[in-house]
Design a protein around this ligand. Sequence first.
Ligand SMILES: [Zn+2]
Ligand SMILES: [Zn+2]
Length: 247
Amino acid sequence: MTAIIAGRYLVSSGGFAWLSARRHPHIHVGRGEQIRREIAWSLASAVVYGLPAGIVAWGWQAQGWTLIYDDLHAYPSWYGPVSVLAFLIAHDAWFYWTHRWMHRPTPFRIAHAVHHASRPPTAWAAMSFHPIEALTGAVVIPALVFMIPIHWGALLVVLGIMTLMGVTNHMGWEMFPRRLIDGPIGRWLITASHHQQHHRQYRCNYGLYFRFWDRLCRTDHGLGRFDHDRHAGAGTLSSLGDGHAER
Ligand SMILES: [Zn+2]
Ligand SMILES: [Zn+2]
């Protein structure tokens, strides 16, 4: 399982890193050392992620554990998308609160500082976590498959969204059209413009997929705009106050 997770990371982060370098040629310049560090921590995280995932996958296949099902007709057709949404909402809530906790001084110093050592992060930082933080992330999906029934195909969709957003939220540019980001969808969904603001300001924008918890707890500091959205160049995020702040 660790090998699958490491392979998935190398393909997804590598693919988007390549795309990033093509779209914004300066984005990785002078950051070889940071990228090497991001890859090393991410591969270590793959080991941590692999353990609970491997145990649960074995239990599912060999012992009939979990609520994962393979009969498409076991639940009504509307249940498929609902189960995906339920997983994302539950994961998002877990991430928001553990992430906020990790910004307390001691857990930050011991664990979460590893993730924030990337300033700004690259696509390679998707799993760049200290093993303690990786463990808090590694248990979520393996725990949820015991609580929420889900078809294995829907579970693959969840894992696909998790991987895609984990990588693209760190890659240093916004892949979604500005119209979508600045519209009603962008008010509730988290993309790179939102998460990079977290990497810039630290004490805000803690969410993973949705802005719900950040808005409710008043930790949402709005979206930033990448400098190269306006002109080619550095992969930094411009400051607030450009009309894309708190809304
Ligand atoms: Zn991050
Ligand atoms: Zn953080």
